[in-house]
Design a protein around this ligand. Sequence first.
Ligand code: GCU
Length: 411
Amino acid sequence: FFFLSMFIGSSQTNYEESKVPSFEVLDPLLTFSGYTINSVKKWEKVRRPELLRFFENDIYGKLPKKLKINSYAILEEDNNALNGKAKRKQVELTFKKKGKTLSYTILLYLPKNKVKAPIFLGYNFYGNHTITEDKAVIISSAWANNNESFGIENNTLTEASRGKRTHRWAVEKILDAGYGLATIYYGEVDPDKNDFSDGIHPLLYQHGQNQPKPAEWGSIAAWSWGMVRALDYFEKDADIDASKVIAFGHSRLGKTSLWAGATDERFAGVISNNSGCGGAALSKRKFGETIAVINDRFPHWFCDNFNQYGDNEEALPVDQHQLLALIAPRPLYVASAEEDQWADPRGEFLSSHYATQVYHLYGKKGIETKEMPMPNEPIHNTVSYHIRTGKHDVTDYDWENYIKWANAFVK
Ligand code: GCU
């Protein structure tokens, strides 16, 4: 994606710090009407709601709140999975509305002999069966992007892709640390294409509607909704500590975990791995991927109102550090990769620094310095940050740090 993007629109893509436009960093504690917030109470009553409303109406889009789980089914369960290390469950959630049905399956690995485990919840890109070699993991029949190296043809997932993404999921490390892992194939909630007739969309429409209105949901909001409903299920599962669910996501799915954490305060912590534009990175820096480019290439991700800010970032009365601030005072981890310039690592770092102001209201520490750390030198506080060497990806290094942070601030 990175190299491709360098060719498409290379005239606009800026990778030079000296060419970052100067802009005013918007104060998370200054209301739209110019009032300075100085207490948790006012933040929660006045400022947080107005920011959330703006992100909802102009960036990710609003989603009807009424659609709840209709039923769930434990498709499969094994108390001796992963060579006796884990309890595995595959749970299908079903939603129904006006004759339409949507189902998606959560794959759960839980530490054995643990009552009520804290868990990481995150979507995967190519199906639950790609995150492990475990033969018992059910292969999704949902639409998937073709991918030659994963043997995915005709938009269909098969055995050929089993275990292809194990390097992104440190399942053993997670279990050894006493956490469970829950993952869902994002294509089951909404296939990742510019098509609003599939996935969850038909269940969200009012009578006669066939596409979201300008202030209504895009796919990121739809995926976030799927995480929120998974959390509803966790509240019913006696093996899980639903008060300790950490929303995790990489890249477009990191944009998704941030939005899930912002919209649902039940998430106990949030991880943004290389989420970039429309995620943790500051839009007004226009470094790497920009609003115009992301809306052009992925017109279905955000709500249509977001288009008005393409090549017009100056007009935005918010920036992404204020999205991060919506997660306060809950633990937040923002991570970048050195070679992932498309996602603007510095923009992700500064964003976590500027969001820290709101954590201070709650007496929590975050990214106190404006000086970016060296690669592989993490800063761990309630708001944590690291930039690691290497490319756009999720690695064991990332997970080791997420676990340390979760041990210190979530568990
Ligand atoms: C593309 C896109 C990014 C996104 C990434 C991903 O590179 O431009 O915004 O984060 O895909 O999800 O892998």
